[in-house]
Design a protein around this ligand. Structure first.
Ligand SMILES: CC(=O)N[C@H]1[C@@H](OP(=O)(O)OP(=O)(O)OC[C@H]2O[C@@H](n3ccc(=O)[nH]c3=O)[C@H](O)[C@@H]2O)O[C@H](CO)[C@@H](O)[C@@H]1O[C@H](C)C(=O)N[C@@H](C)C(=O)N[C@H](CCC(=O)O)C(=O)O
Ligand SMILES: Nc1ncnc2c1ncn2[C@@H]1O[C@H](COP(=O)(O)OP(=O)(O)OP(=O)(O)O)[C@@H](O)[C@H]1O
Ligand SMILES: N[C@H](CCC[C@H](N)C(=O)O)C(=O)O
Ligand SMILES: [Mg+2]
Length: 487
């Protein structure tokens, strides 16, 4: 139990009705989870408004209510706290409740359209190899040093984040690497946290269903940097035209990285092969198993971060050469017929293009590239024709299929992808709604030395349709399909 007054420290209250000297149990923003003596924070969401559930929360035992508008009916014995912004208030309350766990470790936030999971996961792996206790908050999983927790979001809600950070404090975690999504920033899931630094990977087309314009999407990402204190560092990819924008108003110490421009940290790609690439980083050579120019950027971001955080340069490079691909990111299998299957989480136009550029650059002869790809339902629809265009233009054969249809019709999503296909490419496109069939067809069509790319779902182990998740793992599917081929 905590004293309500204590967890309100730093919250700007516009009105208070009732006693703040009472003991409270837990904080919730979902009325359905409220129990005796809990605090309920009413959040205005995208579907409904938490203010409508205040009475429900009280019926379940809420001791205090945090809201932007006081209800007409005020219940005796309940404390009402009126604030301007419930999301911000929740962030401060959650940090106070857990005793500001982000202050007791070095928290590094990574934002950008693509590369967040890759950069955070590889930083986690590198710091583990260097002997530290480390935390990870990512799309794939949450790690409290070695303890694995299931991830529900790329950036969880602010109560969950503080809960994980507090668990990290308990086991002595020194560094935590956390993905900060644009939804997360917009919904203030990362507010009230003390960041040691933030990293910007890149910005390209995504989430225009939620943010409406690209400028709004960019400015949301920028807020992470605007909020950094001057003791923190801000590391940005300066080859991305929005890199300088992120640094415009930050008080943090600024660092840049680039392959093409002048920057604090620079790398050059010396050699590219299917099983790795050779980079020149700070006048030293680094052989990495991760391929693709985009991974050269990710690797450079990791090198720069480890250097800023004080690791020794040669040690960083030695540990980096041991890093493996992250699950579902350019994860490959080569069959006995020498057909290569690559599973990649490319679910944005830029990621799909980058992966196909990487694959095409590795072709040595007349092998075909067959791409199996879909687009998620209930997400940015404007990505669909663009991804359809890229897949059909940059592959010899494209098979459009379902990703996670969610509540949309898979057929309609595929038709929207088809509208991006140019007339000269239509002969290259097949549309097969069932993802398993689409993958099997790709395997049947493939000849020796061909490359199959299965894009969009990467590490995901399910397919979601109308709220129901059915087990589905692209890597397992394509491997099985290739193994059972009778050629
Ligand atoms: C669009 C979006 O981001 N939605 C998030 C948001 O929910 P919402 O705004 O729809 O909430 P709502 O249903 O309108 O409800 C409003 C409030 O009323 C409360 N409520 C509701 C019903 C009730 O009976 N009682 C009650 O108290 C709700 O708990 C909520 O606080 O707030 C919820 C609580 O934090 C999130 O779980 C939810 O994530 C949904 C599930 C989601 O799919 N989010 C995705 C888009 C997302 O966040 N993705 C990013 C990654 C993006 C990237 O790749 O960059 C992520 O960080 O994961
Ligand atoms: N630095 C990069 N630049 C461009 N594309 C990248 C980069 N890193 C990875 N990608 C591509 O984007 C895909 C997703 O990578 P990753 O999971 O690291 O991104 P993310 O930012 O965490 O995505 P999400 O928003 O879903 O959390 C990869 O499978 C790869 O195709
Ligand atoms: N973090 C991304 C994940 C997309 C993955 C893709 N497989 C899909 O389901 O659309 C998003 O919320 O847009
Ligand atoms: Mg991610």
């Amino acid at each position: 139990m905590k004293l309500l007054k204590d967890i309100l420290y730093g919250v700007s209250l516009s009105a208070v009705s009732g006693d703040t000297g009472v003991m409270v149990n837990q904080i919730h923003f979902d009325s359905r989870k409220v129990e005796m003596d809990d605090v309920f924070v009413a959040i205005r969401g995208t579907v409904t408004d938490g203010h409508e559930y205040i009475q429900k929360a009280i019926d379940l035992g809420a001791r205090a209510i945090v809201c932007e508008e006081l209800p007409e009916l005020v219940v005796n014995g309940v404390t009402y706290l009126q604030v301007n912004d419930c999301n911000s208030a929740l962030a401060v309350i959650a940090s106070n409740f857990y005793e500001n766990p982000s202050k007791n470790l070095k928290l590094i936030g990574v934002t950008g359209t693509n590369g967040k999971t890759t950069v955070t996961t590889l930083l986690y792996n590198l710091f583990k190899k260097a002997g530290f206790k480390v935390g990870l908050i990512s799309t794939i999983k949450v790690l409290v040093d070695d303890i694995v927790h299931k991830a529900t979001h790329t950036t969880p809600d602010v109560i969950t984040i503080n809960d994980y950070l507090s668990k990290m404090n308990d086991v002595g975690v020194e560094y935590c690497f956390m993905e900060v999504s644009s939804h997360g920033i917009h919904q203030k899931r990362a507010e009230g946290l003390y960041f040691e630094g933030a990293i910007f990977t890149n910005l390209s087309h995504d989430h225009l269903d939620y943010h409406k314009t690209f400028a709004e999407y960019r400015d949301t990402k920028k807020k992470l940097f605007d909020g950094l204190p001057k003791t923190a560092f801000a590391l940005v990819n300066i080859d991305d035209k929005n890199g300088p924008v992120m640094l415009q108003n930050t008080k943090a110490k600024k660092y840049t990285y680039a392959l093409k421009s002048f920057a604090d940290y620079r790398a050059q790609i010396l050699e590219k092969q299917f099983n790795g690439q050779l980079l020149k980083v700070d006048e030293n050579e680094l052989w990495s198993k991760l391929i693709g120019d985009f991974n050269a950027y990710n690797l450079l971001a990791i090198y720069a971060t480890a250097d800023i955080l004080g690791l020794e340069k040669m040690e960083i490079l030695r540990l980096m050469s041991e890093l493996e691909n992250v699950d579902g990111r350019f994860q490959y299998y080569i069959s006995k017929e020498r057909i290569t299957a690559i599973v990649d989480y490319a679910h944005t136009p830029d990621a799909l293009k980058n992966v196909l550029v990487t694959i095409n650059a590795l072709r040595t002869g007349n092998e075909n590239v067959i791409t199996v790809v879909g687009c998620g339902g209930d997400r940015d629809k404007s990505k669909r024709p663009v991804m359809g265009h890229i897949a059909s233009e940059m592959s010899d054969q494209a098979i459009f299929t379902s990703d996670n249809p969610r509540t949309e019709s898979p057929k309609t999503i595929i038709e929207e992808m088809e509208t991006g296909v140019e007339p000269q490419n239509t002969r290259k496109v097949l549309s097969i709604e069932n993802r398993r069939q689409a993958i099997n067809t790709a395997c049947k069509l493939a000849m020796a030395n061909d490359i199959i790319l299965v894009a969009g779902k990467g590490h995901e182990t399910y397919q979601e349709t109308n709220g129901v998740r059915v087990d589905f793992d692209d890597f397992k599917e394509v491997k099985e399909a290739l193994k059972s081929l009778k050629k």
